[in-house]
Design a protein around this ligand. Structure first.
Ligand SMILES: [Zn+2]
Ligand SMILES: [Zn+2]
Length: 144
């Protein structure tokens, strides 16, 4: 079953030093097309799952941190460089991890597209998901 409730969602970096565990269902999942996420993941867009801080823990080596803009912390493995998480004051109390770093990336499905204002012209999706200029909280959905 898709989106079935797992007790734990575990994942980690490429070398295995940094590991994490989300407990229970994530608050939301989304693709992000913004320029900062593109840079930090070296990919055309990335896919997040958000866990409440109380439902998230690092269970391996502590990740390194890069402050990409004021009040935004992006963590990564200091050994292999894998991008690991996004935190910001704007989304206080949430830890955003990359679905692609889960041990089982099929365990979660993306819920929407965010920041399609930055979407690359050669990225084409036909998945029927809602598309937002920025986030669901602002800008409203774009027509398909
Ligand atoms: Zn690593
Ligand atoms: Zn982004």
């Amino acid at each position: 079953m898709l989106n079935e409730e797992h007790v734990f969602y575990e994942g980690g970096c490429q070398c295995g030093a940094v590991r994490f565990r989300g407990t229970g269902a994530p608050k939301w999942t989304a693709h992000c097309h913004c320029k900062d996420c593109r840079k930090t993941t070296a990919a055309p867009f990335t896919t997040y799952a958000s866990f409440a801080d109380e439902n998230f823990q690092w269970i391996g080596a502590a990740p390194a941190v890069y402050v990409s803009s004021p009040n935004v912390a992006r963590r990564f493995c200091g050994n292999c460089g894998t991008a690991m998480s996004y935190e910001s004051e704007r989304w206080a109390g949430e830890m955003h991890i990359f679905v692609a770093t889960l041990d089982d990336p099929e365990a979660l499905r993306p819920g929407l597209h965010a920041y399609v204002v930055d979407q690359l012209s050669w990225v084409h999706t036909d998945d029927g998901l809602r598309r937002y200029h920025q986030t669901a909280a602002e800008g409203g959905p774009l027509p398909k």
